[in-house]
Design a protein around this ligand. Structure first.
Ligand code: ACM
Length: 524
């Protein structure tokens, strides 16, 4: 099959070579090494010529894996959105084709990870090699970023977008590159989350963690326990109407994320942060007080009753229903700030819930506090507050997701004047969010223990998508680079020039980014 696709590729190149040559075009932007790519690729070699993307360009893909064809279709859709060009995918009978983009499944040993890709851009062809459709998908984000916003206006009857020629060899630093949305303190709709996924994908992030429950709201339909959403879904911080995802909504989000090669990590936070669940079913409550709906922003007052069997059978149902809809490998159980759970109860609870998560075929993830329990080495700890917990979990064989609040929390204000966000961990200006190294921020953490990084966005102070985006952008883009690019490429002065040039994309996507004065934004 590979030989057949390669034959088609060679035949099409030969066909293209036989077409009458167009007049040589004087390309204005032909230095691949100067392209403002984010994340910065591992290796770029510029050849100072260009590929002209135009109506005579076609897309071909390996056809032995339908997921490669889907990547070709995705690229075609995005090219159409950016340029208006309607490029056919895998139409081998079109004789007007002069240039081609070939997305090829390759078994090259140079492709070291499933997300690695190689991009060869020549005058008449672009070849993208990847082992998996996931790698091909990461590669086409690079290609999307290389297509200029404006066509070359020297040829008005023949609009053409100039893509600089050369080679890119690329692979991610970390397997896990994520962000979290807190849809519990304030609810965000399916379409709003999809818009966030679009931007994450453009910058090669691969994991979206959804914080689906907290004291102020329960956001995911559980068919066996309907009051969770009927009662627990009807509140949010500040007294708004709340909301929740039906199981159909959630499956729709999972499928949309999968199309963008993004894994959803569902979180049900427990044993603390559980007031909304206990309001729905008071037998769950373990703090000895009468439960009332809560719409404030305090933390640490709620807990499940860790001593009751009925709590664990409830959790078996909840985790089972969510796990069945979540194709990804992870289930996040929260575990943070359980200040009113007795320590022995907390440990008992985490260990019992870990078994339930595993029974449903998932790997447990929890905030760093879970390292106080005897967790399985397959369980992942997410560092947000206490570096010692991360060290202990790693010493026990667990992988760590790096989300130190003072560097990676998207809900921290940029500075004392910015309208939304908090500052209990720090102010995080755009440069501070970028200028840290996940490998040295915790003293005794071996770098092999780091699974990746995640930028969480808590929503106590934001209640609509414009406010969400104001906190997330542009910082999310920096975290995407920290997660992907090799440490030696991380340089604020270089990054800020490339970030400045993201304004055109952000504005075209109608993303409400914070126009930090540290950046000399370039809008075209
Ligand atoms: C957290 O910020 N409580 C994980």
């Amino acid at each position: 099959m590979i030989y057949r696709t390669l034959f088609v590729f060679v035949a099409i190149i030969a066909l293209a070579a036989c077409q009458p040559q167009k007049k040589e075009i004087n390309y204005p932007k032909t230095d691949l090494a100067a392209a403002p790519l984010i994340p910065k690729p591992v290796k770029t070699i510029a050849t100072q010529s260009a590929f002209g993307l135009d109506a005579q360009t076609a897309i071909y893909t390996s056809t032995n894996d339908p997921a490669f064809e889907a990547v070709g279709q995705f690229l075609s859709e995005k090219i159409k959105g950016k340029t208006g060009l309607d490029l056919a995918v895998n139409n081998t009978s079109d004789a007007t084709v002069e240039r081609l983009i070939f997305i090829n499944q390759s078994d090259s040993t140079d492709l070291a990870t499933p997300e690695s890709y190689q991009l060869y851009i020549k005058k008449d062809s672009i070849l993208l090699n990847a082992k998996t459709a996931e790698g091909a998908f990461r590669g086409i984000q690079t290609l999307r970023q290389l297509i200029p916003e404006q066509s070359n206006d020297t040829l008005t009857d023949h609009p053409l977008w100039v893509i600089p020629s050369g080679k890119i060899m690329d692979a991610p630093k970390y397997a896990y590159r994520g962000s979290m949305l807190d849809v519990s303190r304030h609810f965000f709709s399916v379409d709003e989350v999809k818009k966030y996924i679009d931007a994450m994908a453009y910058y090669k992030m691969n994991t979206l963690h959804l914080h689906l429950s907290d004291d102020q709201g329960w956001r995911i339909e559980i068919k066996s326990w309907p009051k969770l959403t009927e009662v627990g879904g009807a509140t949010e911080v500040g007294g708004g109407e709340g909301g929740f995802y039906t199981q159909e909504d959630y499956k729709d989000l999972v499928a949309y994320a999968a199309k963008h090669h993004i894994t959803i990590v569902p979180e049900i936070d427990m044993p603390g942060h559980t007031n909304a669940a206990s309001v729905s079913y008071p037998f769950l409550n373990g703090n000895g007080k009468k439960v009332e709906p809560y719409t404030g922003t305090q933390v640490g007052f709620s807990t499940f009753d860790a001593q009751k069997d009925t709590v664990y059978s409830f959790l078996d149902d909840v985790i089972g229903e969510i796990a069945a809809m979540s194709p990804g490998p992870y289930f996040h159980i929260g575990g943070d700030e359980s200040h009113v759970t007795k320590k022995s109860d907390y440990i008992l609870f985490i260990e019992k819930v870990e078994k339930i998560v595993q029974k449903h075929g998932k790997r447990m993830v929890g905030w760093n506090e879970i390292a106080q329990a005897k967790i399985d080495p397959s369980t992942i700890a997410q560092l947000w507050s206490n570096p010692k917990d991360a060290e202990n979990a790693a010493a026990n064989g667990s992988k760590i997701i790096m989300s130190p609040a003072h560097k990676a929390y998207l809900d921290m204000q940029y500075d004392s004047l910015t309208k939304f966000g908090l500052h209990w961990a720090s102010y995080i200006p755009v440069d501070v969010g970028y200028n840290w190294d996940p490998e040295t921020i915790v003293e005794n953490l071996p770098k092999e223990s780091i699974l990746g990084i995640e930028a969480p966005l808590w929503s106590e102070t934001i209640s609509n998508i414009a406010e969400l985006e104001y906190l997330a952008f542009p910082r999310l883009i920096g975290y995407a680079e920290l997660g992907w690019s090799p440490t030696e490429h991380l340089n604020w002065e270089d990054y800020k020039e490339r970030l400045a040039k993201q304004a055109a994309y952000l504005e075209k996507m109608n993303i409400n980014y914070y126009p930090s004065k540290l950046i000399d934004w370039k809008k075209d």
